[in-house]
Ligand binder design. Structure first.
Ligand SMILES: NC(=O)c1ccc[n+]([C@@H]2O[C@H](COP(=O)([O-])OP(=O)(O)OC[C@H]3O[C@@H](n4cnc5c(N)ncnc54)[C@H](OP(=O)(O)O)[C@@H]3O)[C@@H](O)[C@H]2O)c1
Length: 232
């Protein structure tokens, strides 16, 4: 298998009628860590993994992160390494905690901020002044942005392929809700004992665990790309 087979499989995946095709991706160490234990970001990927991640960004119509990742990493959410195409940056942010100086607001495609039904007027105004598009959506019983409603909205706005880049809270929510069509992890052959890639996915010890089926892997230099479809 190669990364070309991965992109070919994505290109051949049917797009669901009521939501985008969802591709979850993260970079982890062998022990499943995605950051330092307290959440401080650190570079996990090698250059080949970085290139792959940017290729995947350029393939997708939208790239989504949670406000947690924005507050810790301050990502630009651009596709680099010579990408011809920029995905729409999307942020899940129930309470509009996105700082008006966040780097993603410099993106040439201003971000869409998926938020609660009654956005805080002053924060919303400050973000609009920086170009952000505020998208009010219903909340779940847990008081977070309703993913199903968010995904429906994105599909109606032309987002057919969605890369979900994390962090762990957002990845867990997508997997729990069954909205994951593809999972692509880059694995660094290092051990960290850091922040886990996911929170618990099933309610009890006896529940069956999601598995990647089918699953494939390929070398990315010294890293490994593992990809497949998560199924219950
Ligand atoms: N290695 C990697 O590939 C990678 C990639 C990205 C991030 N990271 C790491 O991940 C860490 C941040 O992860 P995190 O888990 O704290 O934050 P996160 O997953 O980026 O964001 C979680 C936040 O998103 C908001 N949210 C809104 N609606 C949601 C919904 N339906 N489901 C889930 N979340 C929703 C919630 O905050 P509100 O309730 O306030 O809206 C929630 O706390 C950092 O340490 C970062 O370095 C690693």
């Amino acid at each position: 298998m190669s990364t070309a087979s991965f992109f070919q499989a994505l290109a051949q995946s049917p797009i669901p009628p009521d939501r985008p095709l969802v591709i979850q991706t993260w970079a982890q160490t062998l022990d499943g860590s995605v950051a330092w234990p307290d959440g401080t970001p650190l570079l996990i990927s090698n250059p080949e993994s970085m290139r792959f991640t940017h290729q995947l960004r350029a393939f997708c119509d939208g790239i989504l992160v949670g406000i947690g990742a924005v507050l810790t990493d301050d990502p630009q959410l651009t596709a680099r390494y010579g990408a011809q195409r920029q995905p729409q940056p999307l942020i899940l942010d129930t309470h509009l905690r996105l700082p008006p100086h966040a780097r993603v607001l410099q993106h040439r495609r201003p971000p869409w901020v998926l938020t609660g039904p009654q956005p805080h007027p002053r924060r919303a105004q400050a973000l609009r002044e920086q170009g952000a598009h505020i998208v009010p959506l219903p909340l779940t019983a847990e008081g977070r942005v309703d993913l199903a409603a968010g995904l429906r909205f994105l599909r109606t706005r032309g987002i057919r392929t969605l890369m979900v880049e994390g962090g762990p809270t957002v990845h867990t929510a997508f997997l729990r809700a069954g909205f994951s069509d593809w999972l692509a992890m880059t694995l660094s052959p290092r051990l960290l004992g850091g922040l886990p890639a996911l929170r618990p996915l099933v309610p009890s010890l006896h529940a069956s665990l999601p598995v990647l089926d089918p699953r494939h892997w390929t070398d990315l230099g010294t890293d490994l790309l593992l990809w497949g479809t998560p199924r219950l």
